[in-house]
Design a protein. Structure first.
Length: 310
């Protein structure tokens, strides 16, 4: 049973054009400079002065707490697809973790992803890698797409999100960006205070604060970026197909592991509302397992299970 249009997938090697509203190609300076700058800053992990084991721990833990709880669990499976429900207070907490991944406001992220599902691997898809692999990975972020900044776009794809004043707040004066900056400052200050108290030396505090900033915020952000972008690019190019969906979505085990279950993308496109993307015992899906754990303790409710035979 297929829950989307049961058309056959596009032929291997097929190519499509970029969305009409993204042509002619015009770079968005803010996104271009920001993406390049953070990648350059992330290279500081190779400078010994910025290394600390606590920074590495924050990097790994941040991939789970921010990348998984904030992005794959909240932005994707909760806000976009409503694969489960929870209290508004807990939902807002999770959304803040997502904002700290620097992947746009909740409303914009949700709207873009819903648009992707409606027109997956068609010309109107905001980020299909069938345009070009790098376009699907991050090129689309750097290109001006007039539709994605229009009020009608938000009204059509994210009206339910913007009805909540909490999410509307992030849209005003780029507040989502300032929340990210604020959490980065908190990481530095916390490291500075911890290092100073631990050693009694302000310079050691500054070094630990810088380490926590570089490893726990900047490098973690860039890593989560590429993991998220790989779902848009790699899982529409390489992998297996269990279901004949009307797009080029594929199950990619590497992305499945790194992206907390998001790499079982063909499964997801066959049943988008399901909170579970992994459908076999060996398809690792940390996000779904976390949702089940939250359900056990009463923090998640109305969890949508897979509705198709697999």
């Amino acid at each position: 049973m297929i829950l989307e249009n049961p058309n056959t997938k596009r032929a291997a090697g097929a190519r499509i054009s970029a969305p009409p509203t993204a042509r002619p190609f015009k770079i968005l300076p803010g996104y271009f400079i920001g993406i390049i700058a953070l990648h350059l800053a992330a290279l500081l992990v190779f400078v010994p002065w910025f290394f600390s084991w606590t920074g590495v721990v924050l990097f790994v833990a941040g991939h789970y707490f921010f990348g998984m709880l904030g992005m794959t669990l909240c932005y994707h499976r909760l806000l976009t697809h409503r694969g489960f429900t929870c209290s508004k207070r807990f939902e807002h907490f999770l959304a803040v973790l997502g904002v700290c991944c620097l992947q746009d406001s909740p409303a914009r992220w949700v709207a873009v992803h819903r648009k992707h599902h409606q027109h997956s691997d068609e010309e109107s898809d905001p980020h299909s890698p069938l345009v070009a692999a790098l376009w699907g990975h991050f090129g689309w972020l750097m290109a001006e797409n007039r539709e994605l900044s229009s009020m009608s776009f938000y009204e059509h794809y994210a009206r339910d999100i913007l009805k909540d004043p909490f999410y509307l707040h992030f849209e005003r004066r780029l507040m989502w960006l300032w929340w990210y900056v604020g959490h980065a400052v908190l990481f530095f200050v916390a490291g500075f205070v911890a290092g100073w108290i631990w050693t009694g030396q302000p310079l050691a505090g500054a070094q630990l604060g810088a380490s926590w900033l570089v490893w726990g915020v900047i490098a973690r952000t860039v890593f989560v970026w590429h993991v998220t972008w790989s779902v848009n690019s790699l899982t529409h190019l390489w992998g297996s197909r269990r279901f004949e969906t009307d797009d080029n979505s594929r199950n990619n085990w590497l992305v499945g592991v790194l992206a907390h279950g998001e790499g079982w993308h063909n499964n997801h496109h066959a049943d988008p509302v399901s909170a579970a993307h992994g459908m076999r015992w060996w398809e690792i899906d940390f996000t779904y397992w976390t949702i089940c754990a939250l359900e056990k303790v009463g923090l998640a409710k109305n969890v949508v299970r897979s509705r198709i035979d697999h």
